[in-house]
Ligand binder design. Structure first.
Ligand code: NAG
Ligand code: NAG
Ligand code: NAG
Ligand code: NAG
Ligand code: NAG
Ligand code: NAG
Length: 450
């Protein structure tokens, strides 16, 4: 009898973990990190329907998800791909990135006019430049090429019409005059432009882009959007001559500035940029990893909207990229990312499969699920991977016929040209900004973000 119960118990115990164990990872074991990432990526893509008949490719399901999150999705998957050598999503990435390019090859499809911010557009540009940088096959001849798309957007955002002359010539948030937020200077929009310019400068060795990137950093510094201690604030209003700063802090804004600064440091080797990298690393870790796990402290635990559930993906990936662009920062960053990633994974016990992730990492599964939460945990896992460089660069002159064009599936020989390239990108942000624009203050939660 004792024996029987014991074996029964053993059976129950051995069954239980299959249903309830949740996601697990050993953050110090590369294979374990990779295995966890594969599951999280799969679960992330369970939210994407754009590859199904009748659905819109490129964007996460409407109306739940903003346009920029599509750009962030492809950038994250490109990062997943270059860090793991896993080419499972190549076709889907290509289709998504191509479908939304729009007539002018600038990622401003008419469908999104009513909410099109400079940051939305930049998040797609950052995906395109990452595709270029990581050797993801360019679309067929006749289709827009990754680098061209990224350049087009940077150039469009460099012109006066996108700027506010009485606010140090910084970028406005919204692109169209008739949209709410046209008179808001969004730090995130400026930071995304900065990061894009820095990346273009470095990858193309283009001094003009470097100068423009450097200029925008100075502009938002002059406006007080970056503080002496490297706190990065949400934005300011053109109508008040940009005198009043909305001091909310969101992680992806600081992360974009950090990554751009790391790109600039890598490109120029200048101490000015090293100092900025150091200041931003220190302050970003202080503010957004208060107890070890990453947290968007301005809205967590209860007031984050859907956009905000994506921010930690950008935060983690930018810190990961910073370690690659400025290897001396590993010491200051890596252990924080590991602690945070462990916490992120530990709360992934939700959903029918028992491993879906919630949006808050500082405790148990918080009962919410979504693409933002999956992407954030995937971003965390990616951020502690080293680049595998196992994907042969594709021959871009021969990428074949559009639809089927993502040839890169061949994960054979190591390629030196990708080994330093898994750096990357930023992503966008309408919500934080609407918050700033509309409220200009600290009361989150009741907003309707359009
Ligand atoms: C590649 O990624 C997909 C999606 O995450 C996953 O299902 C698959 O197991 C991965 N393959 C390998 C070899 O890790
Ligand atoms: C724009 O919206 C229409 C209607 O939903 C859809 O058929 C089309 O594919 C969309 N285009 C883009 C680029 O999203
Ligand atoms: C360098 O960057 C600037 C700014 O984006 C761009 O206008 C110019 O075409 C680039 N030059 C080259 C050779 O690509
Ligand atoms: C620039 O980035 C490359 C690739 O990650 C790295 O090997 C190199 O050390 C970096 N340069 C500097 C100055 O840190
Ligand atoms: C790329 O493909 C074209 C056309 O097939 C070929 O002429 C060229 O030599 C290839 N380049 C490389 C680097 O393999
Ligand atoms: C991909 O393109 C090649 C050459 O154009 C063609 O032979 C092949 O059938 C295509 N494969 C798919 C899956 O469409």
């Amino acid at each position: 009898m004792t024996r029987l119960s014991y074996s029964l118990l053993a059976q129950l115990v051995s069954l239980a973990p299959a249903a309830l164990a949740g996601l697990t990872v050993d953050v110090n074991d590369a294979d374990s990190v990779k295995e966890a990432a594969a599951l999280v990526a799969e679960d992330l893509m369970s939210f994407y329907t754009g590859d199904q008949p009748g659905e819109i490719p490129g964007v996460l399901p409407q109306p739940d998800y903003a346009f920029w999150t599509g750009g962030a999705l492809w950038a994250t998957l490109l990062d997943y791909r270059i860090h793991t050598g896993n080419t499972t999503f190549d076709k889907t990435i290509l289709q998504g990135l191509l479908f939304q390019t729009a007539e002018d090859d600038d990622y401003m499809p008419a469908n999104w006019t009513r909410s099109m911010g400079n940051d939305d557009q930049s998040f797609w540009a950052l995906a395109a430049i990452l595709a270029d940088e990581t050797g993801f096959a360019d679309p067929a001849t006749g289709e827009p090429q990754w680098q061209t798309l990224a350049k087009n957007i940077f150039d469009e955002q460099s012109i006066e019409e996108r700027r506010a002359s009485k606010c140090a010539n910084s970028l406005r948030w919204q692109i169209f005059t008739f949209n709410d937020g046209y008179n808001y200077i969004s730090t995130a929009a400026n930071a995304a432009y900065f990061s894009l310019g820095a990346q273009l400068a470095r990858t193309m060795d283009n001094q003009t882009a470097a100068d423009l990137a450097s200029q925008i950093y100075n502009d938002i510094w002059d406006l007080g959007l970056i503080d002496e201690d490297f706190s990065v604030y949400d934005g300011t209003n053109v109508e008040d001559d940009c005198d009043e700063i909305n001091k909310l802090q969101f992680s992806y804004t600081a992360a974009l500035l950090l990554e751009g600064s790391a790109q600039m440091y890598n490109y120029t080797g200048q101490n000015t940029w090293r100092t900025r990298v150091d200041g931003l690393v220190k302050r970003t870790i202080e503010v957004f990893f208060p107890d070890g796990a990453a947290s968007d402290v301005a809205c967590e635990p209860d007031n984050c909207n859907t956009d905000m559930t994506f921010y930690k993906a950008i935060l983690h990936r930018s810190l990961g990229s910073t370690m690659k662009l400025a290897p001396y920062t590993v010491e200051a960053i890596l252990s924080t990312l590991k602690t945070s990633t462990a916490a992120a994974v530990a709360q992934c016990t939700g959903g029918d499969n028992g491993r879906m992730c919630g949006s808050v990492w500082t405790g148990k599964f918080d009962g919410t699920t979504g693409a933002g939460s999956q992407m954030s945990v995937l971003g965390a896992l990616i951020s502690i991977m080293t680049t595998e460089a196992t994907i042969a660069p594709t021959n871009t002159t021969d990428s074949g016929s559009g639809g089927n064009g993502t040839t890169t599936g061949d994960s054979s020989g190591p390629s030196s040209s990708t080994s330093d390239s898994a750096t990357t990108t930023g992503r966008g942000s309408r919500a934080a900004i609407s918050v700033g624009a509309i409220m200009g203050a600290l009361l989150l939660g009741t907003l309707v973000l359009g």
